[in-house]
Design a protein around this ligand. Structure first.
Ligand code: SF4
Ligand code: SF4
Ligand code: FES
Length: 258
């Protein structure tokens, strides 16, 4: 592919408002959308705000919406668009705009802090942890997360519903709860943290209606819905409706009260 001139529309503005600005910009073989944004900064819009870091799909900071779809700008090749197509780049819709393509993703850090960390098992020292390879593999998938928050941005529960944000952690953090809940060495339950109950009551697991939109946009290909959210829902429901679990919790509560 030889060089050509592409049509771009880029959202410019801040928390008070803004709109799409038109550009014509050079594109060369092998370039990605972030290259074009950098070329705009270098040639036509020196004050265009954009967040990025690695340009390798690993830092998770260049998230934006390209032609309406949440994507990493550094991993979106220009070759996926035709030369005639106008490429529209807008900030993540679910989060407040700071300026141009930069949004305030603080919502995600607040939600991260609300999930209690891994609780080490009593009597087992560092280096003595043993678990089945199968369990290691299971949570390894979730640990590929680069915290780009594209899944958080795309989830319809919060995308157009600011009012749901207080009650809903979003797919990334429900996945974190699932990861910890399926960790065979996590001793949260012994320390009084019921991860299944908190997923339901405090992190809004019930809001998720397994549409899989989060999975579709994940640049790491993590099967968020199938491997984290659905299994967590199944275990949370088991806990709620399983008569033995219910009876067990009653007896435990009584004996600890007595
Ligand atoms: S599967 Fe659940 S968390 Fe993922 S986008 Fe759909 S509603 Fe949101
Ligand atoms: S789960 Fe995927 S889409 Fe969501 S923050 Fe992590 S890497 Fe990004
Ligand atoms: S710049 Fe790091 S993921 Fe795009």
């Amino acid at each position: 592919m030889s060089g050509y001139e592409a049509r771009f529309k880029v959202w410019r503005g801040d928390a008070h408002g803004g709109g799409l600005e038109d550009f014509r910009v050079e594109v060369n073989e092998g370039e990605v959308v972030l290259d074009i944004i950098h070329r705009l900064q270098a040639t036509q819009a020196p004050d265009l705000a954009v967040r990025w870091n690695c340009k390798a799909g690993k830092c998770g900071s260049c998230s934006a919406e390209i032609n309406g779809r949440p994507r990493l700008m550094c991993m979106t090749r220009m070759s996926v668009f035709t030369r005639e197509e106008t490429v529209t780049v807008t900030p993540l819709r679910a989060f407040p705009v700071v300026r141009d393509l930069v949004t305030d993703v603080g919502f995600n850090y607040r939600k991260a802090r609300e999930v209690p960390a891994f609780v080490p098992p009593a009597g087992v020292g560092p280096g003595e942890y043993r678990m089945m390879q199968e369990d290691v593999d299971r949570s390894q998938e979730f640990r590929k997360c680069i915290e780009c928050f594209l899944c958080q941005d795309t989830c319809h529960v919060v995308r157009d519903h600011e009012e749901n944000k207080a009650a809903f952690a979003g797919p990334r953090f429900l996945m974190r709860i699932a990861e910890l809940d399926m960790h065979p060495l996590d001793a949260a339950a012994e320390s009084g943290v019921d991860r299944k109950r908190t997923a339901q009551d405090e992190h809004g697991l019930g809001y998720c209606n397994i549409t899989k939109c989060c999975t579709e946009v994940c640049p790491e290909g993590i099967k968020i819905t199938d491997n984290a959210l659905i299994p967590l829902k199944e275990r949370a429901v088991d806990r709620k409706y399983d008569p033995l679990v219910w009876l067990g919790s009653k007896i435990r509560r009584r004996s600890s009260a007595g």
